[in-house]
Design a protein around this ligand. Structure first.
Ligand code: AMP
Length: 193
């Protein structure tokens, strides 16, 4: 099964992807996680991406498309995958279409988690507080200024991705403000499981 989870930062894509990964035995491919790993490892991609990520901007389409193109070729993606945080621009969505078409593969579902901005802001503040309480390090882009920028980028560049999939009849929306288990149940029902 090949799935895309769309939605703003803090919508719960990571939480729901992890559950889908367990349930269907397909990997969660988070471009954010892959980029953070590249930054940590100090690879050329990481060095290029760090400043833009810290400021809450978007890494170039070429970089993330290249990362995903290579990743979906790996053996664990043979049965499918869950894309989390990709595509984030219409150009990325079109590149993904071309990539899948060239492999004679199709998407099974595109699911958008819908959450109001105000709720996202309080969730992200909560996530930072919980991380600090647990002795962890808060993500550099989870501070209020960078988060505001990430939300702006979402409305400007990523919301059109939902319109793109809606226009081709592939988009399904789920209320991401419901309790975590209720969101999971709604995703299952969208997937017909
Ligand atoms: P995330 O963990 O999905 O919130 O992503 C964290 C950051 O990584 C984003 O704010 C962007 O700077 C970068 N990023 C992740 N995925 C993409 C993508 N598909 N396109 C461009 N930048 C991305």
């Amino acid at each position: 099964m090949r799935l895309i989870l769309l939605g703003p930062p803090g919508a719960g894509k990571g939480t729901q992807s992890a559950r889908l990964e367990q349930k269907y035995g397909i990997p969660q491919l988070s471009t954010g996680d892959m980029l953070r790993a590249a930054v940590k490892a100090g690879t050329p991609v990481g060095l290029q991406a760090k400043a833009v990520m810290d400021a809450g901007g978007l890494v170039s389409d070429d970089i993330v498309v290249g990362i995903i193109a290579a990743r979906i070729e790996e053996a664990d993606c043979a049965k499918g995958f869950i894309l989390d945080g990709f595509p984030r621009t219409v150009a990325q969505a079109k590149s993904l279409d071309a990539m899948l078409k060239s492999k004679h593969k199709e998407l099974d579902a595109v699911i958008e988690l819908v959450v109001d901005d105000q709720i996202l802001l309080s969730r992200i503040e909560g996530r930072a507080r919980e991380t600090v309480a647990a002795g962890g390090t808060v993500r550099a882009d989870d501070n209020p200024d960078a988060f505001k920028k990430r939300l702006e980028q979402y409305h400007q560049l990523t919301a059109p991705v939902s319109d793109y999939y809606r226009s081709v009849g592939e988009l399904r929306t789920v209320d991401g403000m419901a309790a975590i288990d209720a969101v999971t149940a709604e995703i299952d029902s969208v997937l017909g499981k």
